[in-house]
Design a binder for this molecule. Structure first.
Ligand code: GDP
Ligand code: MN
Length: 374
C-alpha cells in the first residue's frame, strides 16, 4: 500500500516526528483559506509519484491569493499519468540545506537498509551515479535495531556541522517508524535543514507491506490500495486470491507454490499466463468458483489444470472442475496434469466425464496449453 506525501507525513506526525503544518485541499478556495490560517505556504500536488517539483506540481505562495492561484493551476494537472485532485498546502520552510534519507527493504542484504546523502532534492539513482561519496548506507540487523550510535557511525566523516545531531536523531526516528509500520520503504527527499537549525521532512514517500495491513489498522485508512479489477473484486468476495494478468493461458493449480511454478513453466514454454489464482488450503473445494473466475478473463485462450495432492485430494479438486466445466461449457481447450493423493480416481473422472486424457508430465500439459493458445 502506497501513501501519498500528506498521508506519509500524517503517519510520521502520529509517530512523534515533527512535520511542517499543512492542510489537504481539494479546491482553490480551500487552499486560500488554509494559507490565510498558515501564512506563506508551499502548494504541492498529491499524486502517488515523484518528480512533482520538476513537473510544476510544487509552487511557493506568499499570500492567500497566490495560494488560490497556485492551487488552481496545479489541480487539474496530470503528473506521471495521475490527475491531481488534491494539493497539500503547507507552511513554507526556510531551507538551509537539503539531504536525502531513506529506510528500505534491501533484497541484496536481506535486511533493512538505512540510506543517507548530503545531496537532497535529486533522484537517489542520480546521486549514486554522480556523487557516490555523499551517499552512505548501512544494513540493519533487525534483532539489534538501529540506534543513535549506528546513526553516528553512518554519518561519520560527512560534512554536516551542527546538523549531525538532529540528522542522527531523525534517522533513528525514521527507522523506528519503518519498523513500527511494517514499511517496505520510507523515503524523505528532501530532508531539510532549516535556517533555525531544525531538521524536518519536506517530502515523504511511504510504502507499507500489503501482507501487514491486517495489523496496521490505525494507518491503513490513510493509504491507497492498488485498485482491483472487477474480476479481482469477485475473487476477493469469494475469498480466493486472484490476480488478473495480460496473457492468454489460464492457470488453475492448487497452492501458491505450484501455481507460481505453473506460471513459470508457461513463460518458459513461450506463453503468458492470464491469471494467478490460489485455491490451496481450505479453498481447494472451490473448484467451480475458481474455474468460473479463470474463464471469465476475456483474454484466456487455453487452460492448464495442474493439481498435486498431499492433504488436499485431487479427486475432490477434479470433481469441482468437472462439475464447473459441465455447467459453464467453455469452448477453449483444457490440459490436465494430476498427481498425488486421489490421482487414479481424478484421472479416471477427467477421462470418463470430460473425455480428456490428462498428461503424465506437467511440462507436456503446459506446453500443449501454450501451443493451443497461439
Ligand atoms: P517531488 O519533486 O515530487 O519529490 O516533490 P518534493 O516534495 O520533494 O518538492 C520538490 C522541491 O520543492 C524540494 O526539493 C524543495 O526544494 C522544494 N520545496 C518543497 N517544500 C518546500 C518549502 O516548504 N519551502 C521551499 N523553499 N521549498 C520547498
Ligand atoms: Mn521529493
Amino acid at each position: 500500500m502506497n501513501f501519498e506525501e500528506h498521508a506519509g507525513k500524517s503517519v510520521l506526525s502520529r509517530a512523534g516526528v515533527s512535520v511542517p503544518q499543512g492542510r489537504l485541499c481539494a479546491s482553490a478556495q480551500e487552499a486560500e483559506a488554509a494559507a490565510r490560517a498558515i501564512g506563506p505556504v508551499v502548494v504541492k500536488a498529491q499524486v502517488p509519484t515523484g518528480k512533482r517539483g520538476k513537473s510544476g506540481g510544487v509552487k511557493l505562495a506568499a499570500t492567500p491569493e497566490e495560494a488560490a492561484a497556485s492551487a488552481q493551476a496545479i489541480l487539474g494537472m496530470e503528473i506521471g499519468g495521475f490527475p491531481v485532485a488534491r494539493v497539500l498546502v503547507e507552511e513554507q520552510a526556510a531551507i538551509a540545506r537539503e539531504f536525502y534519507a531513506a529506510v528500505l527493504n534491501d533484497p541484496a542484504s536481506r535486511s533493512p537498509l538505512v540510506l543517507f546523502s548530503t545531496e537532497g532534492g535529486m533522484d537517489i539513482e542520480e546521486v549514486a551515479a554522480t556523487r557516490p561519496e555523499s551517499l552512505r548506507r548501512m544494513a540493519v540487523d533487525i534483532r539489534k535495531g538501529f540506534g543513535p550510535a549506528d546513526a553516528r557511525r553512518l554519518l561519520l566523516g560527512l560534512d554536516l556541522g551542527e546538523a549531525a545531531v538532529p540528522v542522527a536523531a531523525m534517522l533513528v526516528d525514521l527507522y523506528r517508524v519503518y519498523r513500527q509500520h511494517d514499511a517496505e520503504l520510507l523515503e524523505i527527499n528532501p530532508l531539510a535543514l532549516l535556517a533555525d537549525g531544525r531538521v524536518v521532512p519536506l517530502d515523504c514517500k511511504l510504502t507499507v507491506d500489503d501482507a501487514a495491513l491486517y495489523r496496521q489498522t490505525d494507518i491503513a485508512e490513510l493509504g491507497a490500495r492498488e485498485p482491483l479489477s472487477a474480476l479481482e473484486e469477485r475473487g476477493r468476495a469469494l475469498d480466493l486470491k486472484y490476480i488478473e494478468l495480460e496473457g492468454n493461458v489460464g492457470v488453475l493449480a492448487n497452492g501458491a507454490g505450484l501455481t507460481m511454478t505453473t506460471m513459470d513453466v508457461v513463460s518458459h514454454a513461450g506463453g503468458r499466463p492470464s491469471n494467478f489464482l490460489e485455491i490451496g488450503g481450505e479453498a481447494y473445494t472451490k473448484g467451480t468458483e475458481a474455474l468460473d473466475l479463470v474463464l471469465s478473463n476475456p483474454g484466456v485462450k487455453s487452460l492448464v489444470v495442474n493439481f498435486c495432492g498431499a492433504f488436499a485430494r485431487t479427486d475432490v479438486m477434479a470433481g469441482g472442475v468437472i462439475q464447473a466445466w459441465k455447467t459453464l461449457n467453455p469452448t477453449i481447450p483444457v490440459f490436465f496434469s494430476i498427481h498425488g493423493t486421489g490421482e487414479d480416481e481424478a484421472v479416471r473422472m477427467v477421462r470418463e466425464e470430460l473425455g480428456i486424457e490428462p498428461y503424465d508430465r506437467m511440462e507436456d500439459a503446459i506446453s500443449a496449453a501454450v501451443e493451443a493458445a497461439r
